[in-house]
Structure formats: C-alpha cells, structure tokens
Design a protein around this ligand. Structure first.
Ligand SMILES: [Zn+2]
Ligand SMILES: [Zn+2]
Length: 109
C-alpha cells in the first residue's frame, strides 16, 4: 500500500489508486489528509532500480552454462543458457534434436 506523509500533521495517508490517480510522473495531484482534512499536493516519481553483476564471459572467460528448464521439458532438453549473459546454446546434434522433437510430437498425439 502506497502512503504519503501529510505535510501538515505528519500522519501517514493511504494513497488511493482506484481511479488511476497518482500514477502520472511529474504531475502533482491534490489529496485531502484523512487525519487533519487539509489539502496538499502529491507528486509522483517513478524510480528505476539498477544493479550491476559481473559477467566474466563478456571479459574473455567461459560462459557458465546451465541446463535450461521449462515446459515442455522435451523442448528444453539439451539446451543450455549462460547464468551470466543469458546467451543460449543447443548442445544436441541435429539428430538428437530431431529425436527430442519427435518425442515432443508423440506426446501431443
Ligand atoms: Zn494531515
Ligand atoms: Zn555468458
């Protein structure tokens, strides 16, 4: 639940988003304090959160290949994705892939 502190009485007021209010960035909207009934302006700012993580495979080191999991598992078997850079690779030969696809099609029969 979003709350804003009333600049008059310093009580927390719940923000009511029901009618889409208070979602417009850089736009002030007025609000009435539920505690002291004074009207004040609320401005909204949307902040983005960024986090850096190491990516050795982009710096000359090996990818960290992890088996991909998903559904149907016949589709994902033999496929791997890198835990660092999200690159994917297929470890199957074309024959193995054909086999896996056949099993997948058989399942759907
Ligand atoms: Zn107040
Ligand atoms: Zn990688």
């Amino acid at each position: 639940m979003d709350e804003v502190t009333c600049p008059y009485c310093e009580e927390e007021c719940k923000i009511n988003h029901d009618d889409g209010a208070f979602y417009n960035e850089n736009e002030e909207e007025e609000m009435t304090c539920e505690h002291c009934d004074k009207v004040f302006m609320v401005s909204t700012s949307i902040s983005y959160y960024h986090e850096g993580s190491k990516c050795p495979c982009k710096n000359g080191e090996d990818h960290d290949w992890q088996p991909q999991r998903g559904f149907p598992k016949e589709y994902y078997e033999g496929r791997e994705s890198c835990a660092y850079c999200n690159e994917t690779r297929d470890t199957y030969t074309p024959e193995q892939r054909r086999e896996a696809m056949k099993r997948l099609i058989d399942l759907n029969k």
